[in-house]
Design a protein around this ligand. Structure first.
Ligand code: WQD
Length: 348
């Protein structure tokens, strides 16, 4: 290992939304980062944004982790990788219902290839991007990691559950690796520099990109999917987590494994704020933080939506020493600054 560096980390899907923010936090914490991404849902220019923030351009391999020969060559060409953070996956709920085979093939093959090659190349720690979607509709909130998982409502959600099970089984079989599953709640916002952020393809399915695109005039109005739910204002409740806070949780998770802070080979953490925020409250936070009014209307419920879910992040707080720190208003402001930057660059 390079003496000045804490270690070398492979970030799959590193040019994506969460991957790019995590790359920045890893570099700033003293890690060397190698990214592999097939650019299927991201842009190579993200590397420029990362470099403008940290002053360091990560090593970049354009490639598809579903191809084991590609992953093998990456490990051969980049010796000394200590840990992997696996973001590479297909992640659109609706698309997964249309294209289940693609979702199962991508998300599961990527995982299998990485887990299979880790011992051979001496890679010790593995962080997996999981999701609160594994809980389904909770019986009670906030939800802890011990709550039962429920049958997934989409192939996307099913791949997260299956991948969690695969990691369990591989560790139980005696693989010499350590793994941490991070169950994200709803990641939103952008880096405060506005150099990197979220850039969904086509019409956004997620709330915050739709909201910011409406605020800047790309979309006519935001539809609030339901105001007749049994919640305080009738709209659904989520735990919106700032993407930079989320990125920092990955650094903590890696450190825990690489520095042998735990005897457990597999651990699971909820990564959320612990606060439930309704869709309407989020809209008001945006308007308050930015001073920009967002045209919106109440629309019918969206099929498949969970009524309310928010995290009990106590285990991550106490065991990982990680806390969500950035306020919702600052998070909305960061999302807006990123949207404005996209406009300045003529992208949106
Ligand atoms: C949030 C709330 C909508 C758009 C999904 C996946 C999850 C994760 C993140 C990742 C809901 C409402 C939305 C709009 C609206 N996957 N909404 N108008 O559904 O909580 O989580 O994305 O990659 O696994 O399930 O997130 O942002 O789509 O919706 O009113 O135009 O906003 O109904 O209540 P969700 P979301």
């Amino acid at each position: 290992m390079n003496q000045t560096m804490k270690g070398k980390i492979l970030v799959t899907g590193g040019t994506g939304f969460i991957g790019s923010h995590t790359t920045v936090e890893l570099q700033q914490a003293g890690y060397e980062v190698v990214i592999i991404d097939n650019l299927s849902n991201s842009n190579i220019e993200v590397l420029d944004g990362i470099e403008r923030i940290t002053g360091v351009r990560p090593v970049f391999v354009e490639g598809d982790c579903t191809d084991r020969a590609v992953v093998r060559r990456l490990f051969e060409d980049n010796p000394g990788i200590n840990g992997i953070i696996n973001f590479a996956a297909s992640k659109a709920v609706g698309e997964s219902i249309e294209k289940p085979i693609m979702y199962y093939r991508n998300n599961i093959n990527i995982l299998l290839n990485l887990l299979e090659l880790m011992p051979e190349f001496g890679v010790k720690g593995f962080v997996f991007s999981s999701s609160c979607t594994v809980y389904g509709e909770p019986d009670k909130n906030p939800i802890t990691e011990d709550a039962p998982t429920k049958k997934a409502t989409s192939p996307y959600g099913a791949t997260k559950q299956i991948c969690e099970d695969i990691i369990h089984d591989v560790i139980r079989s005696g693989s010499p690796i350590k793994a941490i599953l991070l169950r994200y709640f709803n990641p939103i916002g952008a880096h405060p520099s506005a150099e990197i952020g979220e850039l969904p393809n086509g019409v956004p399915q997620n709330l915050v990109p739709y909201l910011t695109q409406t605020a800047i005039g790309v979309r006519k109005e935001l539809s609030i999917f339901g105001d007749d739910y049994p919640t305080r204002d009738g709209s659904c409740i989520r735990d919106f987590i700032n993407v930079v806070d989320l990125a920092k949780a990955h650094v903590k998770a890696l450190e825990r494994m690489l520095e042998d802070k735990s005897d457990e080979a597999l651990e699971i953490f909820n990564i959320g704020t612990g606060n439930g925020t309704s869709v309407l409250e989020l809209l008001h936070s945006f308007e308050r933080a930015t001073g920009v009014k967002v045209p919106h209307k109440i629309a019918p419920r969206r099929p498949g939506d969970i009524v309310q879910i928010w995290a009990d992040p106590k285990r991550a707080n106490e065991v990982l020493g990680w806390h969500a720190e950035i306020s919702l208003d600052d998070t909305m402001l960061s999302a807006w600054n990123w949207q404005k930057r996209l406009r300045e660059r003529g992208i949106m």
